[in-house]
Design a protein around this ligand. Structure first.
Ligand code: AP5
Length: 212
């Protein structure tokens, strides 16, 4: 049996399902989930210097400067000896170059989704403040829209899931992150997955890619 891949990045527009899939995949494969967005939101919640600076960009849907992000994630990547699944990083060519100098990726899974579907999904997203589970009021509605069925935590809307910020996030994605599709394709690392299907179908595709 070919070895399972262990240095993996998920690419895709905001709301493509990177976080949803990352949680499923790391649970199955025992990898470390490194979500740059989750790490940043934790820094914001703790009101650290990084969190306060990052929030001025995040609330507008702009990217946090590359230097801050690379410093934030470098040690976490180096510590993930059993392997990692990156979600939300890299997001610019400079971040990809910095990552390559830390450790080479084995595969980049690109989850594609149209702008219209991104807006539809993100305006209906709710996240549990207790366990971090992700829900959708359109596609995966909990019985009570404000309570997590798993842990009874409060379900909250992310600050950057407002319609105007979502549109800007998609613009930023097209301008700064979409060039990574060709960057990784040219290096023979890119695998495309259609993000418009059910979560189960997408998970099956990703697992098939990772298991060769
Ligand atoms: P980040 O948290 O990374 O946000 P994002 O990339 O915009 O991605 P999202 O978390 O919004 O979406 P997702 O793809 O994970 O989708 P999800 O699974 O939740 O970044 C936030 C901010 O932090 C950035 O704007 C930036 O400011 C900063 N930042 C982060 N990383 C950075 C970096 N590297 N450099 C610079 N700045 C950085 O799914 C979305 C919804 O759809 C959910 O409701 C879910 O239930 C639903 N859903 C998922 N899959 C399906 C499906 N198959 N069918 C139907 N519904 C589905």
């Amino acid at each position: 049996m070919p070895p399972q891949l262990t240095r993996i990045a998920l690419l895709g527009p905001p709301g493509a399902g990177k976080g949803t899939q990352a949680k499923r995949i790391v649970e199955r494969l025992g990898l470390v989930h490194l979500s740059s967005g989750d790490i940043l939101r934790d820094e914001v919640a703790k009101a650290t210097d990084l969190g306060r600076t990052a929030n001025t960009y995040m609330e507008r849907g702009e990217l946090v400067p590359d230097g801050l992000i690379i410093d934030m994630i470098r040690g976490r990547i180096e510590a993930a000896e059993a392997g990692f699944l990156l979600d939300g990083f890299p997001r610019t060519v400079d971040q990809a170059e910095a990552l390559g100098a830390i450790t080479p990726l084995e595969v980049v899974v690109n989850i594609g989704l149209t702008r219209d579907e991104v807006v539809r999904r993100l305006t209906a997203r709710r996240v549990c403040e207790g366990c971090g589970k992700i829900y959708n009021l359109l596609y995966d509605p909990p019985a009570d829209a404000s309570i997590c069925p798993s842990c009874s935590g409060r379900l909250l809307q992310r600050d950057d899931d407002k319609a105007d910020v979502i549109e800007n996030r998609y613009d930023v994605y097209e301008r700064s992150t979409a060039p990574l599709i060709d960057y990784y394709r040219e290096r023979g690392l890119l695998r495309d997955v259609d993000g418009s299907r059910s979560s189960d179908a997408i998970t099956a595709d990703i697992l098939a890619i990772l298991n060769g």
